[in-house]
Design a protein around this ligand. Structure first.
Ligand SMILES: [Zn+2]
Length: 139
C-alpha cells in the first residue's frame, strides 16, 4: 500500500525532528499534498492511523493541505499556477512546461510535546522534508 509507505517515511522524519528537539511526542503534523503526487488524501489519513501506532506520532493528528500546482514554461519562461487537467503555460499556451511544485508530499510543520512543558510547543519545520513517490519506489 503506497500511502502506508509514505506515512512510515513521514513518521520517520517526524521522529528525527522530535529527537532533535528532545520532544516526547508529536501532537499535530501538517503536510502539503500536491495534486500530481498520486496520493489520495483520505487513504493517507487512514494509513496514518495504522502507521502512527507505537511511534512518537501515536497521539498526533494529521492535517493535509492541498499544495498548489505550478509550472514553468520552457518556451517563454513564465511561471503559471495550473490545474492537473490543464498543464499549459498561462502566458503563451505551450505544453512544454516543467513542474515546479505540486507533485510531491511535503512535511510542512510538526507540533511537539516537550518533556518539561505541559502545553504543546509548536515547532515550525521550515526546511520541508520532501518525500516523493519516486524516492520511495527505490526502496
Ligand atoms: Zn509560455
Amino acid at each position: 500500500m503506497h500511502e502506508l509507505a509514505l506515512c512510515q517515511e513521514l513518521i520517520a522524519e517526524v521522529t528525527r525532528i522530535a529527537a532533535a528537539h528532545d520532544a516526547v511526542g508529536a501532537s499535530r503534523i501538517l503536510v502539503m499534498l500536491g495534486p500530481l503526487s498520486g496520493v489520495e488524501a483520505p487513504l493517507l489519513k487512514r494509513a496514518f492511523l495504522v502507521a502512527r501506532v507505537g511511534t512518537v506520532a501515536e497521539e498526533a493528528t494529521l492535517e493535509i493541505e492541498q499544495q498548489p500546482l505550478s509550472v514553468r514554461c520552457t518556451v517563454c519562461g513564465a511561471k503559471s499556477e495550473v490545474t492537473p487537467t490543464n498543464l499549459l503555460c498561462r502566458t503563451c499556451g505551450a505544453w512544454q512546461v516543467e513542474i515546479l511544485e505540486g507533485d510531491a508530499l511535503l512535511l510542512k510543520s510538526v507540533e511537539l510535546f516537550l518533556d518539561t512543558a505541559a502545553e504543546d510547543h509548536p515547532v515550525e519545520q521550515k526546511a520541508a522534508a520532501e518525500t516523493t513517490s519516486a524516492q520511495l519506489g527505490n526502496g
